[in-house]
Ligand binder design. Structure first.
Ligand code: PLP
Length: 381
């Protein structure tokens, strides 16, 4: 059977291919240390896991669930936004639970884009923004994030771009992959830009609670709900990546449009996962402190490893990665990580998988135990 034309617009995800290669090396007996992907290795809270276990006997546990999630899950998500970001949304109309924020990228794109519409996408950025845009027949317009601009959108440069077909703009702060933070003034500028250009801006925000002392949400900006949506996730904040729980927040008009798509795609989230997610969302402040304590220790060690490669980095970046610049005169990022993989059995991500502006950069994940980081450092002695 001939596949659909749209499949020509995307490639198999880099990690899907590369991790096959890495697994092949592991099967050959190579002692690979994987510092490539941001899949939290720490456990979720005991309370969240117990909740999931304890509700399995409930009558409701195995039935289809509401397309909008349990009212108490929406309430817990709204309370989380109110307490952590001081952002207030109506739990019934301005918030929708998702099965991870990744699916939200597709739902939002399907809800707002027609074939031929254009989308502003950060370079470097999460690869799913452009692959989803391509899959639905819209046109990605990559915009530059550079070290000189603090990895923030250059609005003056954007205003000079032909924006006539642009309907949607993706941003992600704290930024992935660079760890850059955004301040209120820049968020205000972005909201004003979206308003002036009549576009919908989406902040993909899964890293706010990892090594970040000032969590920001685009919805903190006055008037943002009119032009902005925000995606968030329990994957990194609560070590629940495999549970697949996320959320989208914004105006009731925008959320209704997303629900129209989503309710035609899945039939609700497993009850136990929703109940466990509620428990996680209700975690006290010490949860976040403990999480940061682990990542801070790992990061300190990881800096020593990055130093061995003579790469440079921002010590104050947010999130669970170190985004490091290769020394002048280095090989390409992909050649560099391949050499590291084959000579030291260490896997890290090349910056280019996030876009052409990632050339010259490499990304280290902090989802690796301290012992493994020490072992990696030893391999340079
Ligand atoms: C920037 C960014 N957005 C979204 C996601 C997807 O997260 P989720 O597990 O909520 O689907 C990731 C995951 O790595 C990410 O890095």
């Amino acid at each position: 059977m001939i596949t659909a034309d749209r499949l020509h617009s995307v490639q198999e995800y880099y990690f899907s291919k590369k991790l096959r290669e890495v697994r092949g090396l592991i099967n050959q007996g190579k002692p690979i240390i994987n510092m490539g992907i941001g899949s939290p290795d720490l456990p979720p809270s005991k309370e969240a896991v117990s909740t999931l276990q304890n509700v399995l006997e409930d009558n409701k546990a195995h039935q289809y669930q509401s397309y909008q999630g349990l009212p108490e899950l929406r309430e817990a998500m709204a309370n989380f936004y109110a307490s952590r970001f001081k952002v207030h949304v109506d739990a019934n109309t301005e918030l929708l639970p998702l099965m991870g924020s990744k699916e939200g990228i597709m739902h939002i794109s399907l809800a707002f884009l027609n074939v031929g519409d254009a989308v502003l996408i950060p370079n470097p950025g999460y690869p799913t923004y452009s692959s989803v845009t391509n899959l639905i027949g819209a046109k990605p317009i990559m915009y530059d994030l550079t070290a000189e601009n603090g990895w923030l959108p250059n609005i003056k440069a954007l205003e000079k771009t032909d924006l006539s077909k642009v309907k949607l703009m993706w941003i992600s702060y704290p930024n992935m992959p660079t760890g850059a933070k955004i301040d209120r003034a820049k968020m205000e500028e972005l909201v004003a830009f979206a308003e002036a250009k009549d576009l919908l801006i989406v902040n993909d925000n899964p890293y706010s609670f990892v090594l970040n002392d000032n969590p920001t949400s685009i919805l903190q900006i006055e008037g943002a709900k009119k032009v902005a949506l925000e995606l968030n996730s329990l994957s990194k904040t609560f070590n629940m990546a495999g549970w697949r729980v996320g959320m989208v927040l914004g105006s009731s008009e925008h959320i209704t449009a997303v629900l129209k798509v989503k309710s035609n795609m899945d039939s609700g989230m497993f009850y136990g996962i929703q109940k466990g997610a509620i428990t996680a969302l209700e975690s006290g402040g010490d949860w976040f402190e403990k999480l940061d304590e682990v990542y801070r220790k790992r990061r300190k060690l990881m800096f020593l490893l990055v130093d061995k490669l003579d790469a440079t980095y921002d010590k104050d970046a947010a999130g669970m990665f170190i985004w490091a610049k290769l020394p002048e005169g280095s090989k390409s990022s992909e050649a560099f990580i391949d050499e590291l993989l084959y000579s030291k059995d260490i896997f890290i991500a090349p910056g280019t998988i996030f876009g052409s502006n990632g050339e010259g950069y490499i990304r280290f994940s902090l989802c690796v135990e301290e012992e493994k980081i020490k072992e990696a450092i030893e391999r340079f002695k």
